[in-house]
Write a protein that binds this ligand. Structure first.
Ligand SMILES: O=C(CO)[C@H](O)[C@H](O)COP(=O)(O)O
Length: 260
């Protein structure tokens, strides 16, 4: 669902566009513009969290390009998924992990929803647990989205809010999640692979339950805490108060919002 920019966003015209395009830009071009803008925050010597998804992929490619050109030196990347790990290696970004680098300078990642307070839904791409661990450990967390990801409230897109759970008795956990959000008319669905129809298994050998809400879930922190109290739940896809900057690319340019 496309939403209008919250009024507090400042508007910047992307340097790659000499004049505003009369035609709507392709969504992937917008993702790339947001990603390139975020990579401007990366400096030599930094430990950088590398996100997962089609938007973050552009950022990883761009960092790799700058590393290969010798413009960024002594970079260490911490990938948020096995997929990103492979991509980062393919573009020559030196990699490490949270055990060796428990504090990151910066993480760059996409999101599925961004609300006006910069709270996020993440994990439709299947990597929310590692993303949350790595982004929680980052001094700065820069989120990159095209404007279709902006919502009035979390859950407002009508699309999934993912929860990573252990496979053991997953139906029981899915039911408990539905009951927890009964007042929001929640429907819980086990995620399956689009191509094969098989159960989707995360990098951590877990399952994902996608929650769909018809009504607001109210206080996000309370909702998140209640989800985490359910035995069987590993982590949820609400990233509350974690983003320090959100970069939004739209047909009218790039907007950058910093958390006050
Ligand atoms: O959270 C994620 C993966 O777990 C992604 O960042 C999120 O799904 C956005 O993906 P995309 O950039 O492809 O729209």
């Amino acid at each position: 669902m496309a939403a209008t920019h919250p009024p507090q966003f400042s508007v910047i015209t992307p340097s790659s566009l000499s004049s505003p395009s009369p035609l709507p830009m392709a969504q992937d071009d917008l993702k790339k513009i947001a990603a390139y803008k975020a990579v401007e925050f990366v400096e030599s010597g930094m430990v950088v969290g590398l996100g997962t998804g089609s938007t973050a992929k552009h950022a990883v490619d761009r960092i790799g390009e700058l590393v290969q050109q010798g413009i960024l030196t002594d970079i260490i990347g911490i990938p948020t998924s096995t997929k990103t790990h492979e991509q980062a290696l393919s573009v020559n970004i030196p990699l490490s992990d949270l055990d060796a680098h428990p504090v990151l300078d910066l993480a760059i990642d996409g999101a599925d929803e961004v609300d006006p307070d910069l709270n996020l839904v993440k994990g439709r791409g299947g990597s929310l647990l590692r993303e949350k661990m790595i982004e929680f450990a980052s001094k700065k967390f820069v989120v990159i989205v095209d404007e279709s990801k902006l919502v009035d409230h979390i859950g407002g897109s009508g699309l999934a809010m993912p929860v990573e759970i252990v496979p053991f008795c997953w139906k029981f956990t899915a039911k408990r999640l539905e009951l927890l959000f009964e007042e929001a008319d929640c429907v819980a669905k086990l995620r399956t692979c689009e191509k094969t129809g098989e159960v989707f298994v995360t990098d951590n050998s877990n399952y994902t339950i996608d929650l769909y809400f018809k009504k607001s879930i109210g206080d996000l922190k309370a909702a998140g805490d209640a989800i985490l109290r359910l035995p069987g739940v590993v982590e949820h896809g609400m990233f509350v108060d974690m983003a320090t900057t959100v970069i939004v690319a739209g047909d009218n340019g790039v907007t950058v919002k910093n958390k006050p």
